[in-house]
Design a protein around this ligand. Structure first.
Ligand SMILES: [Zn+2]
Length: 416
């Protein structure tokens, strides 16, 4: 029985799959397995081959090549992967999601029924106007919706079923992966690229219809630790070294104009992110982000300059800086990947959209997969306002993404 992506989506969002920071297990929450296990069953039902879940919770399956032996491209088309994550963000509740299908959306602001203070405003959502007269999906306002990334899961499942059920759609081996823990930055931690066996992959985890991503930030974490000396404040004169005061001087000197709140597009930033401390010791975690990877060195130097200025003001404090590598711009590794990028661009056009490359001011699972050797750009899903209660989904955008995935599979045969 062929199911629409909307039917699949509404089923998946009702399953709570929120991931959790600082968990000691993998996946971080066992409830993600509820959906992952269901997907194994559904993949088997639609006739996918090798549908399985491994000990980490990764679900993989194959839509086998249907290129006939007499075809000139027989044996020449590489395996291509599609990847989506099942978990939802820890930033908003994902339990008891009650999706509302508004069909059709007739324009204007949307007050959500479960919490009238939650309003999806026309003025803040330019994409709404492209959905007038079409169905959209929201939560009831008390939870997030989960389009990030259950729309991606529904898109891949529907495209797989389409490819499996129509022999006229000629394609090579298509590999599918559904992953846990993307939202806590652990989505690819145990992902076995070799076993997955794809030469190129796509995450289906973007938002606005037509938008494609082949560039992400490169990211480092700077950790500043100030060591002071604590003693009872009643007898502290000439003895106490308050690390909090030294850290405050550092924070005050971090450049405002290259903060996330004052930058956009390709601009880099330095972002004080987590601050913890007491007299004896204060730590500050700072996110360093730049599309240009060598630019991270420049950001580091800026911090070193600030520390060099502050140190003499607090001669008895000890200030340390540590830089931890986080992820790299996938574009750094995309030079040899032009076929896969051409396919996604052309497929979006064939789906009736105007494609546009948009740089992601963040990282994706694809950033990490690309760095590890599997080029993995990102495709739109039709979702908007991720990680919050105003999240919503364009049903039209989701079906355009299904068409795009199907066209990508076919285009790899043309372009190989
Ligand atoms: Zn996502």
């Amino acid at each position: 029985m062929k199911q629409t992506p909307l039917e699949r989506f509404l089923r998946y969002v009702k399953i709570d799959t929120q991931s959790k920071d600082d968990s000691t297990t993998y996946p971080s929450t066992a409830k993600q397995l509820d959906l992952l296990n269901l997907l194994v069953t559904e993949l088997q039902e639609i006739g996918a081959r090798d549908a399985a879940i491994d000990s980490y919770g990764y679900v993989t399956a194959t839509v086998p090549s249907n290129i006939p032996p007499a075809h000139p491209k027989y044996g020449k088309v590489p395996a291509v992967g599609f990847v989506a994550h099942v978990d939802t963000s820890p930033s908003a509740s994902g339990a008891n999601v009650k999706p509302q299908v508004i069909d059709p959306y007739t324009g204007g602001d949307l007050v959500l029924p479960g919490d009238p203070s939650v309003v999806i405003r026309e003025s803040e959502n330019p994409e709404l106007k492209h959905n007038v007269g079409k169905p959209i999906v929201t939560s009831d306002g008390t939870t997030l919706l989960g389009a990030d990334d259950k729309a991606g899961v529904a898109i891949i499942m529907t495209a797989a079923q389409t490819l499996l059920s129509d022999p006229a759609l000629v394609h090579g081996d298509i590999r599918i992966a559904f992953t846990p823990d993307e939202e806590i930055g652990q989505g690819t931690k145990h992902f076995d690229i070799k076993k997955f066996g794809a030469a190129f992959a796509y995450t289906v985890d973007g938002d606005t219809p037509g938008e494609l991503n082949k560039e992400t930030f490169s990211a480092n974490l700077a950790v500043i630790t100030v060591y002071g000396r604590n003693i009872h404040p009643g007898s502290a004169k000439g003895i106490m070294v308050n690390s909090i005061r030294a850290m405050a001087d550092i924070i005050a000197r971090l450049p405002r104009e290259i903060s996330p709140e004052m930058t956009e597009g390709y601009e880099p930033y330095i972002h004080p992110h987590v601050l913890e401390g007491e007299e004896a010791r204060t730590t500050l975690k700072i996110l360093l982000r730049d599309f240009n990877t060598p630019g991270l060195e420049v950001l580091k130097k800026l911090i070193e300059t600030v520390i060099a200025e502050v140190q003499p003001l607090h001669p008895r404090a000890n200030i340390e800086l540590k830089i931890i590598e986080q992820y790299r711009n996938m574009k750094d590794y995309m030079e040899s990947a032009s076929t896969g990028l051409d396919c996604m661009w052309e497929a979006t056009k064939r789906a009736g959209m105007d494609p546009v490359w948009v740089p992601i001011r963040g990282g994706t699972d694809g950033s990490r997969l690309t760095e590890k050797g599997l080029p993995t750009p990102n495709i739109f899903t039709g979702g908007q306002n991720y990680h919050g209660t105003t999240e919503w989904l364009s049903v039209w955008g989701m079906s355009k993404a299904v068409d795009t995935v199907v066209h990508i599979a076919r285009l790899w045969v043309e372009k190989s």
